[in-house]
Ligand binder design. Structure first.
Ligand code: SAH
Ligand code: DHB
Ligand code: MG
Length: 225
């Protein structure tokens, strides 16, 4: 089994299960045209996040790492009429592209894009009494994953879900002497393993984006406030 097979199977599954959609296709097109990197989640992972949010009955969602807003649109579409999503993005240009994509998808009223490094904007959110969020999707700079998990726990409640993207990275997660990215992933995994307030798993994935994986954690204890 190889990359070609993973890509072909992904195309088959996406063609079957995920009808083409002008808002999502437009978001990807504008994201590419603006020169942003093609590191958005795949359509089938986007739909998976959407279904998780619906299963969860999520009314408040927090995303860390917006890019062009592709995963944001998938998640925000799961919200009820009065639901809200806050997404955190460090790069003002990415945030601007995302804002346009989110507005074009008709989700402007539900979604707020906050510009700034997430480790700076998360304390501001917490101080303003934001949350508790029902679902947190962590998908920004990987070296800061441990800090993001810590903040996610402060901003959630018993029963919330935390999803962390890119925890396998071609298997590089195995290297205890890896770079900052790998250390960030490994420390976040260790954090989830050790913290009594969460119950976590992680799955390996293959597809058009190669071999990677995600972690899923259920908050089982009350967050610190
Ligand atoms: N979730 C998006 C992909 C996010 S890519 C999707 O699937 O569509 C990661 C994003 O995190 C990039 O846009 C990058 O600019 C942003 N980022 C990097 N460092 C960050 C930081 N310290 N705080 C907030 N966002 C950051
Ligand atoms: C990268 C980041 C991501 O969030 C992702 O899903 C794939 C790649 C990256 O920084 O290379
Ligand atoms: Mg990612």
């Amino acid at each position: 089994m190889s990359q070609d097979t993973w890509t072909a199977v992904e195309h088959y599954l996406v063609d079957e299960l995920i009808p083409s959609d002008p808002a999502l296709a437009g978001a990807l097109e504008r994201t590419a045209r603006a020169g942003l990197p093609p590191i958005n989640v795949s359509p089938n992972f986007g739909k998976f996040l959407h279904l998780l949010a619906r299963l969860q009955g999520a009314r408040q969602i927090l995303e860390i790492g917006t890019l062009g807003g592709y995963s944001t649109i998938w998640l925000a579409r799961a919200l009820p009429d009065d639901g809200r999503l806050i997404t955190l993005e460090a790069d003002p240009n990415h945030a601007e592209v995302a804002r346009a994509n989110i507005d074009a998808a008709g989700l402007g009223d539900k979604v707020e894009v906050r510009v700034g490094k997430a480790l700076d904007t998360l304390p501001v959110l917490a101080a303003a009494g934001a949350g508790p969020f029902d679902l947190v999707f962590i998908d920004a700079d990987k070296p800061n994953n441990p800090g993001y998990v810590e903040w996610a726990l402060k901003l959630t409640r018993r029963g919330s879900l935390i999803v962390i993207d890119n925890v396998v990275r071609d298997g590089s997660v195995l290297n205890p002497e890896g770079d900052d990215t790998i250390q960030g992933v490994r420390r976040a995994v260790a954090f989830l393993a050790a913290d009594p307030r969460v119950s976590a798993t992680a799955l390996q994935t293959v597809g058009s984006k190669g071999y990677d994986g995600f972690a899923l954690a259920l908050v089982t204890g009350d967050a610190e406030r």
